[in-house]
Design a protein around this ligand. Sequence first.
Ligand SMILES: [Zn+2]
Ligand SMILES: [Zn+2]
Length: 290
Amino acid sequence: MAIQKSSPVFTNYHSHSHYCDGVEPPRAQVEGALQQNVGVFGFSSHGPVDFVNAWSMQAEKLADYLAETRALKSEFSDKIELYIGLEIDYLPGSCGPSTYASALDYTIGSVHYLDKNELGEPWEIDGSTEKFMRGLVEVHGGDIRKVIGLYYDRIREMLTLDPPDILGHLDKIIIHNLHNSLFDESDDWYQKEIDQTLDLLAETDCVLEVNTRGLYKKNLSTYPSMPIVAKALARNIPVMINSDSHAPAEITARLSDTALQLKQLGFKTLRILHNNAWRDVAFDGEGLYL
Ligand SMILES: [Zn+2]
Ligand SMILES: [Zn+2]
């Protein structure tokens, strides 16, 4: 008798809806996920921050977000496994993964802001390159090495003081370094920042996400890039693949070919939240075998 193997499904734990800067309500996300053969799906709007910005959830919407996603979780429980999370900014002294963790199934911790810009406002490091360059030049004298150091320091601080379940888009700051325009990513000093961060990550229980948004939005690379993912494998750091979707149609964008790349690197499993526990699951380009 042939051995029964469960049919593969995709998973995605990094997704945005109209509660933050995504489009469509959570219900449309669930319907999109079902159409795209997703077996486990996580909601992760940008958690509220204590200043005004263009993309975070407003604090007064949080209770509705939690109630609406919880209701969907039970309504669809026989069709898809749903989890409730947030992508939370690490802002020392203001908020971090632990700020919201008790209300959630899981947290994604991301660094989108680095101290203050030239106007004294929170300096957004994954917004427009024009804004990034203004802060770099006017606040830091154009010293990219210093700023990159501050960025990875901040991530290491989060991993030490307030570790999330999932580390969001580790090297996203290189979005401003197209064609190595600001520095060479193979330089020793940069690789040391990466190594130091991965060494620390390996000592935590955090899962490193391989985020595909840079592939389908910018035709760039995953965050982090594959050489960094290979370094994570060498340290036995668990990884998962997420699309960071901002619309239902993006939920499985570039998950399949990224899975194949990870297989080629030598990964045997992905770490996911399934049946309410973190588990290592076999996968291939067709999806994960739950
Ligand atoms: Zn993010
Ligand atoms: Zn995101």
